[in-house]
Ligand binder design. Structure first.
Ligand SMILES: Nc1ncnc2c1ncn2[C@@H]1O[C@H](COP(=O)(O)OP(=O)(O)OP(=O)(O)O)[C@@H](O)[C@H]1O
Ligand SMILES: [Mg+2]
Length: 481
């Protein structure tokens, strides 16, 4: 396919400004930019996977990384400029002294032992000079990996003396040995290392690293104090989401932004609690009134003549009573209950005996600690609703609990008709029932799953519906342990 036909087919031959949308790039476009972009994306992802996620660690990196960078640059420039220059000057001075000694030896060759020259060199120049009979230079000494003295000294000798030489800057630590071949003699010079080399420059580096360690320590202490209120706020908010009481040590502390967030959180929490309380109060009032009316109905029904009509009316009144209780339970929520310990083993035993009554087979398994920390009544009601649904719709039920140090998940499976994938969100809506469409008169109100999800969410978790291996529905409750 040519490019022209491709362009001709483009609707209206529109001129595209800016980057094209993904997926509508022409086929013949060079893949290079895409490659670069995906490369960058991969690098970014790899970096973000390796960088720490916590605010504390991140702030420390924000402080430490520029400091390390700055120090590396300063250290590098210092080594490059100062240290090298000073060493060069010192080396040059030593080499000049040696050149003077050589000049003296060559200008006054009368004394065969050169005792005057060696004395002057020792007393005035600090050099230990031996004038030996001519002999070949030894093989070059091994060069250390990082030694600027070796390089600089060799360079200076080549420049200022220009005779065959041999140096050993490694051998004995405080002394540098230099051998120079003269036409008739071999000169062996021992010079103190620190007269040729800026040996105490590393003190600068030691100071630099030392002070930055102190700085980092101070930063750690300060940051800890700044970040602790944020961590406490996060903990309190998380706990509130799970219905736990406010931690006793929670205070409005820290920087002004954190204080504002903490205050806003406390106000929000109070407002929500007030609303829940109002709702409960109102419902209690309504339920009390309705219950009174229902009781009056029942009394009047007893006075009626026994018959088909009366039984039907009684049935209706009973159902109204049951529905009323259901709505109340839903509207009240389980907010008031305190967190406590629930024994899953005992709960599962109860489900087993219930299944036996209903002629269902049930299979249970608990992986991990059966004691879980939840709001016991609420969580029992949540599982109850799921198990009741499973037993109502299926014959075989499987209960599986998994409890590790982060999550508690309980799955309830059955071999019933299941729920179509597109209905799995709908059934969580209050009063939504599929049974009527399926023509099953199971007598539910359609609140079971809504209540169950409400409870799971108030624990900071959720319920997920999927298909079970048994053929029916699999409902999975997952809450933080
Ligand atoms: N295990 C299941 N298998 C098949 N359908 C189910 C299952 N559980 C629930 N459903 C369907 O989802 C609908 C909603 O369930 P929900 O528990 O909310 O209400 P309900 O069981 O009808 O009434 P309630 O639980 O209030 O007595 C039910 O009407 C039922 O059709
Ligand atoms: Mg139900």
């Amino acid at each position: 396919m040519s490019t022209e036909t491709h362009e001709a087919r483009a609707p209206g031959g529109k001129l595209v400004l800016g980057p094209p949308l993904a997926g509508d790039e022409p086929a013949d476009r060079s893949p290079l930019p895409t490659l670069i972009r995906s490369g960058f994306r991969r690098i970014r992802r790899a970096i973000s996977r390796r960088t720490p996620k916590g605010l504390y660690a991140r702030s420390l990196i924000i402080i430490i990384a520029p400091m390390v960078l700055l120090q590396s640059v300063v250290a590098f420039v210092f080594m490059e400029r100062h240290w090298q220059t000073v060493t060069q000057r010192l080396s040059a001075a030593v080499v000049q002294d040696i050149a003077a000694v050589i000049d003296m030896i060559e200008t006054y060759p009368a004394d065969p032992t050169f005792s005057d020259v060696t004395r002057i060199a020792r007393d005035r120049l600090g050099l230990n000079v031996l004038v030996l009979p001519s002999e070949p230079l030894p093989a070059p000494a091994p060069k250390p990996f990082f030694n600027i003295l070796d390089g600089i000294l060799s360079e200076e000798i080549t420049q200022r003396i220009n005779r065959p030489f041999w140096i050993d800057t490694v051998g004995e630590s405080r002394i540098v040995e230099i051998r120079i071949q003269l036409p008739d003699h071999m000169l062996r010079i021992f010079a103190p290392r620190n007269s040729a080399y800026a040996s105490n420059s590393h003190i600068f580096l030691v100071w630099m690293v030392g002070t930055s360690l102190v700085l980092i320590l101070i930063a750690i202490l300060f940051l800890r104090n700044q970040i602790r209120p944020i961590q406490k706020l996060a903990q309190a908010a998380e706990g509130f989401g799970r219905g736990q009481p406010m931690p006793t040590d929670f205070r409005v502390r820290g920087a002004s932004e954190v204080r504002r967030a903490s205050l806003a959180f406390i106000q929000m929490r109070d407002r929500i609690e007030r609303q829940i309380e109002q709702r409960t109060q109102m419902l209690n009032g309504v339920s009390h009134d309705l219950r009174t009316v229902l009781t009056r109905f029942r009394l009047q029904l007893v006075l009626l003549e026994d018959g088909e009509d009366r039984r039907e009316l009684e049935h209706d009144v009973d159902e109204m009573g049951r529905m009323l209780e259901g709505y109340l339970a839903f509207a009240k929520g389980e907010g008031g209950e305190e967190v406590g310990e629930l024994d899953l083993e005992r709960l599962f035993l109860r489900f087993e005996s219930e299944a036996a009554l209903k002629n269902c087979t049930i299979e249970t398994e608990i992986a991990g600690d059966p004691l879980v920390t939840v709001r016991p009544d609420a969580f029992t009601r949540c599982l109850n609703n799921l198990v009741a649904n499973a037993m109502r719709h299926g014959q075989a039920v499987r209960l599986l609990a998994r409890h590790d140090d982060r999550w508690l998940s309980v799955s309830v499976e059955d071999d019933g008709p299941g729920i179509e994938a597109n209905q799995r969100e709908e059934v969580f809506k209050p009063f939504f029932r599929l049974d009527e469409a399926r023509n099953i008169d199971a007598g539910g109100t359609g609140l079971g799953l809504a209540i169950a999800r409400d409870i799971a969410r108030s624990h900071g978790g959720d319920i997920l519906l999927s298909e079970s291996a048994l053929g029916g529905l699999k409902a999975m409750v997952r809450v933080p342990a």
